[in-house]
Design a protein around this ligand. Structure first.
Ligand code: A2P
Length: 220
């Protein structure tokens, strides 16, 4: 009704950390304390399955789920529809090797958010991690292919089967970000970029780290 669509292609659970139901997505009390909701991820998943069965949704996915949380869904008794995707932070400084392997095995597509290393807004970004697009290796590889470091970051993920959602408010950069299908990175360059992994998140969501389902305490 609100969307004015007959159906949506992909409907995802944005966070495994549930919040108190109401008009606000991320509610707080008068003291500013987050209002969490006891999470039953399997019950949430069954509600999504009902949306698919009703024809409102073509595919179901999740976001920010760790391996344990994915397993909870995949091993749910009576599972009707598997998650097709898991949207997580993924870029050359945070390559997600373990989660990627696990998802590949289970035919879950990884969708990368912040594939360019975010806008570096100090209010929500971990700035201990240096600016991705200024990385010397990425800049030198980009030069070799006559591309930009942003295009190399996007191509790197696409070439290893990771979907990318780069964000830009700038028309020229939006166009630039599409021009990644007319070149491919050599195997050696792919390996070198993989070697940049720092295992540090730009998006830590530390404000919710005391939520029982906070996903990033686990190794992956
Ligand atoms: P802008 O909106 O001014 O283009 P992410 O997708 O990792 O969250 O990154 C988004 C940030 O990257 C935004 O600050 C955006 O700025 C910038 N950005 C997007 N595309 C490019 C590009 N091709 N080159 C450099 N910066 C880019």
């Amino acid at each position: 009704m609100t969307l004015q669509l007959d159906y949506v292609d992909l409907y995802i659970v944005e966070m495994p950390t549930a919040f108190k139901p109401g008009d606000t997505f991320y509610p707080r009390d008068t003291n500013g304390k987050w209002l969490y909701h006891e999470t039953d991820l399997c019950a949430t998943w069954e509600a999504l399955e009902a949306c698919k069965d009703a024809g409102l949704v073509k595919s179901l996915g999740v976001s920010n789920f760790n391996k344990r949380q994915l397993e909870l869904i995949l091993n749910k008794p009576g599972l009707k529809h598997k998650p097709v995707s898991n949207q997580v932070e993924c870029h050359p400084y945070f390559t997600q090797p373990k989660l990627l392997e696990y998802c590949r095995k289970n035919e879950i597509v990884i969708v990368a958010y912040s594939p360019l290393g975010t806008c570096r807004d100090a209010s929500w970004v971990n700035l201990k991690c240096p600016p991705l697009l200024e990385d010397e290796l990425l800049v030198s590889i980009a030069k070799k292919y006559n591309k930009t470091s942003a295009q190399v970051c996007l191509r790197f993920n696409v070439q290893r089967g990771v979907v990318v959602i780069p964000k830009s408010f700038n028309p020229a950069r939006i166009k630039e970000n599409f021009k990644i299908f007319d070149f491919s990175l050599s195997e050696a360059d792919m390996k070198a970029i993989e070697g940049l992994n720092k295992n540090i998140r730009f998006v830590e969501l530390v404000m919710w780290s005391d939520h029982p389902e906070y996903p990033f305490h686990d190794d992956f």
